[in-house]
Structure formats: C-alpha cells, structure tokens
Write a protein that binds this ligand. Structure first.
Ligand SMILES: NC(=O)c1ccc[n+]([C@@H]2O[C@H](COP(=O)([O-])OP(=O)(O)OC[C@H]3O[C@@H](n4cnc5c(N)ncnc54)[C@H](OP(=O)(O)O)[C@@H]3O)[C@@H](O)[C@H]2O)c1
Length: 265
C-alpha cells in the first residue's frame, strides 16, 4: 500500500526517544520530510543523526518543551519553514509521574497543573498552531499519542487517566469539526510498549513491591494475550497508517496498540 507520504512534511513531538522517535523513523522510511522535537539537545542530535543515517530522508530538528506555549509556536513554525508547510502532526509528550489513589488527598495543585500543561494543553496548543498550515495545504492528518488509560484507568497513574481522557474527547471533537477540511484526527493508545518510560514504571513497582523486574513484567504479561510487551516499531506502524494520506475515511477514532490487554468493547 502506498501511504502517500512521500515529500510530506511531518512533525512528531517528544521524539528523541521511545514511541515518538520510532514514529519519526517510520515516517522517514516512508519518504516523508520529518521534524523531530524534544528538550535535551544531545538526545535530539543523536536521534537526528540516526534517522538520517537509517533512511537518507530530509530530517529537521528543533528543541521543544511541550509545556511551554512559546516553544510550541516556535517549533511548529520551524517545522513548516524547514519543509514547506505542515501536512501531518503527531502530538506526543513525556508521561506524567506515577502516583496513585493513595496519594490523592496529599496531591498538590502543582502536579495536576504540570500534567495538564504537558499532556492536554500541549495537544491543544500544537493542533491550534498546526491547523492553519493544514488548511493552507488542503488537508492534514493529526494523530495524538495517548494511552490505554482512555479506556481503562491504570493503577498508580491518575494524572494520565484524567488528562488522556481529555485528549480522546479533543480528538473526537476536532475530527467532527475539521473533517470537511480533509483534516482527519485520531488517537493511538499504547498499552505496554518497551521503552525507557515503561522500564522506569516497572522499576518503580518492583521497588515498591520488593519484587524483581522480571516478576513485575511477568505479572503484566498475564494480562496481555499476545504474551509480550510491544516494540516501538509495532506501535509506530499504527500511527503512520492513521496519520497518512492512504487513510481517507478513519477519523475521530482511538486505536489501542496493546496486544489485547484492554478487555472492554
Ligand atoms: N510506552 C508505553 O507503552 C506507553 C503506554 C502508555 C502511555 N505512554 C505515553 O506515551 C508517551 C511517550 O512514551 P515513551 O514510552 O515513548 O516515553 P520515553 O521513552 O520516556 O520518551 C519520552 C520522549 O519525550 C520527550 N519529552 C519528555 N518531556 C518532554 C517535554 N516537556 N517536551 C518535549 N519533549 C519531551 C523526551 O525527550 P526530552 O526528555 O529530551 O525532552 C523523550 O524523547 C508518554 O506520554 C507516555 O506516558 C506510553
């Protein structure tokens, strides 16, 4: 299948590592002109060189803190200037810290505000900045990376549970509003995909429960019918299809990439 991404300008945020980086790499493999963006300049440079080396694609990099409105506006502008407009936006951010219902009474406003800025307001701001370019280019594709917490709250991740639901609601609302502009908006929700973040979350549980890391993973695997964690590449392929111009009729949807973990209909 031709994903019709050749020469298209794609911005993937939070993309020096993990899911964002794998997604940027897949877009570059499809011949898109990709902009990667995250905070740490060294990590960004390393990802930039690696994607260029693996694909030979035209890659641009820009430092970005998704919690900062000015930084978002500058990054979207930079991507559009580097690659002649913006056809595809993949919104991604670092995940909120763990901390479960046991901490709720003690949780201060600062943690809620930080998660709101990084995991919901960033998506709103990125899309607001990107839409004028997409309208100018007669269409666009937006994929919001969220979490399976949109369907089933995750223990110990209340900040994710609350704000990811907002991302899903935003996805559906904007899909309705912008379909006539040929701008399709979807969300892709990872379950347990093997990245640094998942390892850190597993290590946290291991230390809390005095278990080995292998034992923690084994517990999660009992709930995953496919029987293993996913790879970032497997996740990225789902994002790239929904966020491609081969996708002409799927909008407002949430695709769970979770090996069958979530059981709700
Ligand atoms: N992996 C999974 O299975 C899974 C499951 C559910 C949800 N998620 C969510 O998916 C997202 C990506 O997860 P991941 O596993 O790929 O995480 P990861 O491996 O920790 O990578 C996070 C990436 O985000 C960047 N980042 C963090 N904070 C940022 C900020 N304020 N501004 C710009 N970039 C920022 C990091 O670079 P810098 O630190 O240099 O900025 C890094 O490139 C997270 O929100 C996570 O909660 C992942």
């Amino acid at each position: 299948m031709d994903l019709q991404l050749s020469g298209k300008s794609v911005l993937v945020t939070a993309s020096s590592k993990g899911l964002g980086r794998a997604t940027a790499l897949e877009y570059a493999r499809e011949g898109a002109r990709v902009t990667i963006a995250s905070r740490n300049a060294d990590h960004l440079e390393e990802a930039f060189e690696d994607i260029k080396r693996q694909t030979g694609a035209s890659v641009h990099r820009v430092q970005l803190d998704v919690a900062d409105a000015g930084s978002i506006a500058a990054a979207v502008r930079s991507a559009a200037e580097a690659h002649g407009g913006l056809h595809v936006l993949v919104t991604n951010a670092g995940g909120p810290p763990g901390g479960g219902f046991g901490d709720f009474i003690a949780s201060g406003d600062a943690a809620w505000e930080a998660a709101f800025q990084s995991n919901l307001m960033s998506v709103i701001r990125l899309i607001r900045e990107a839409l004028p370019y997409m309208r100018e280019g007669q269409g666009g594709r937006i994929v919001n990376i969220s979490s399976v917490s949109i369907k089933q709250p995750i223990a110990d991740l209340i900040l994710s549970n609350v704000f990811r639901a907002g991302v899903y609601a935003l996805t559906k609302s904007l899909a309705t509003e912008y379909a006539r502009d040929n701008i399709l908006v979807n969300t892709v929700a990872p379950g347990r995909i093997a990245t640094d973040r998942i390892r850190q979350l597993d290590e946290r549980i291991a230390s809390q429960k005095q278990l080995s890391l292998d034992a923690v993973e084994a517990q999660f695997l009992t709930a995953i019918p496919i029987g293993r964690y996913g790879t970032p590449e497997e996740f990225a392929r789902s994002v790239v299809y929904l966020g491609s111009f081969a996708n002409t009729y799927v909008t407002g949807q949430a695709l769970l990439v979770d090996g069958g973990m979530v059981k709700s209909l």
